[in-house]
Design a protein around this ligand. Sequence first.
Ligand code: GCW
Length: 718
Amino acid sequence: MSRVFFFTFLFFLLAHTPLRAEDGYRLWLRYDKIENEELRRAYLRSLSQIFVDGEEAILRTAAAELSAGLEALLGQPVPILEEPGGAGTAIAGILGRSPAIDPLVSEEDARKVASEGYLLTNRRGSLVIAARDARGVLYGAFHLLRLLQLRQPLGNLHLIENPKVKLRVLNHWDNLDRTVERGYAGFSIWNWHELPEYIDQRYIDYARANASIGINGAVVTNVNANALVFRPDYLEKAAALADVFRPYGIRLYLTARFSSPIELGGLPTADPLNPDVQKWWKDKVEEIYRLIPDFGGFLVKANSEGQPGPQDYGRNHAEGANMLADALAPHGGAVMWRAFVYSEEEPEDRAKQAYNEFVPLDGQFRENVLIQVKNGPIDFQPREPVHPLFGAMPKTPLMMEFQVTKEYLGQGTHLVGLAEMYEEALQTDTYAQGKGSTVARVIDGSLHGYQLTGMAGVSNIGTARNWTGHLFGQADWYAFGRLAWDPYLHAGAIFREWAELTFTHHPEALGAIQDMLSSSYEACVNYMTPLGLHHIMAAGHHYGPGPWVSNMPRADWTSVYYHRADEQGLGFNRTKSGSNALEQYPPPFQARYADRDKCPHKFLLWFHHVPWGHILSTGRTLWEELCLRYHQGAAEASRLREQWESISGYIDEERFRQVSMHLKIQEKEARWWRDACLSYFQTFSKMEIPPNLEKPKHSLEYYQSLTFPYAPGIRPRW
Ligand code: GCW
């Protein structure tokens, strides 16, 4: 090799090797320099300097984010000015408070901007971000940066965005010892032992990432709560986190263990009607607000799966929630009280219990209480009909709880675009107030006129370098934030946006990634729990198939309770002749699902026990359809891997390999699910797997013999 050639080659290599490792840490906030010179110049014409009017910490964050983001994208310093500059200056500020902003915004536009919302507009060549408050400015700044990341033209920019939901919060099921219940991305990012002094850079990057998608709250502790977090030293640690979050507009919340007055306060009772107990909480809340003036409030799991609660003292959920709400109200805090309850003794269908418990309490909760309801009535299954509580409590704000971590959808190793599932739930019509009463309209408060609204996502992040373990888990975090802001967005559009921010601008690759995310949800449902099956995962860790699970401390933790397979057929009869869970939904909803032959297939076995030989509308018997669905799901998992391989040229090597390896695991595990479940159900159907379909690789005994004592995310106490 000639020396000239060698050095040219070396130069080429160095110039084209990214300085940073592509390990996924930067999430969707990559801000790589825009290659297209002309476009860069066009952007610079209205964005060569920044003026953010005001001194609030969040405004300073907005200025710093804009300056750093623009500098990286545009490849030259974009200074922050002290005074409004001339042409080419991006100007941001608060309406009615910023002399620089007000003359640039029409009254009509100003009227349309709501709390936390913003106007982004191009006024005579300058970019204007106008908001009602500092958070709105910050969200506007991130939106503007996103437009550049997506290479959107700014010439005619004019948009107004207001969040449709007020409390947009992540729920961390993180324990104080740093284990994460149902966490598959390493340990908890909160290092309680080293707080309050040691502030990990990750806390700051976490806050940035959340702010960039509009998340404004974080519950940092597990709902299976530990009273220790209320000890003064732990509160100081929590306050240090709150200090990190504050400049990003994020409020900190804690989970409240109902028995804390006993465990921490030494009281003999935690009865919510006992004056000493009430005083203990009042004092504790005051202590918290002295340390964290913008504390958000409490998230509570009470009388559920062994957690203490008001029912231990013969009181109901409203009495429990209201006691905490009264302590928080003078400080502006809220209570998010979970509806995930089912009794130990109750012989009633588990799917019905929360509704029975909460509907009679409608109207009895304080104004600062929200009831946090999981999307479906059982437990974050791959697919559930919506929870019957949505639409059934017109006088009580109900907030949505989605699971972002994939406890039941492949955990740390499967690519499943959860936004498809979120969209399906949000778009479901409850018919609560006639046609068009979608869950989204319950959540955003428009259906019942809720004053307080919220959406929670059970976080999927941990100490993994790329935050979520599976790189595509980032898409679920991103989508949750976007849907909490606007529950009417479509999954496909969110996926495409995420893919472009995260990977590439190449249309072919974007199309493939979007398609992978969109199709993966149905694929997962098919290879795990097709046709309305649910809760047939292995016991405890919920990793892998376990339709044979029958021996657990309680019936409704077993798989056989849910699938009800017998020689006649398969499925849970929840119609009139069965548990009649269907009666908890409004009549038009019931009408849709009541008839076995008209019930949409996706919920067939959720609502009906169907004979194996029954012919479905597809012309196939139930058994044939079941076999086909499992096979389709597994085939789709293989297709995902192939699709990813087909775009290898567009993705950097490191991230490409990460995803490839996970896709291979998914392909293998999809077959495992298919073969294990079909082998098991075959012992009841006594029918052959149709000849054109592959037979299970191993015997049923083999699948039943597999154990995974160290599967991640397990509850420490189980
Ligand atoms: O999904 C189930 C999980 C539990 C969890 C519980 C809940 C935090 O298996 O680990 O506990 O739901 O939501 O409270």
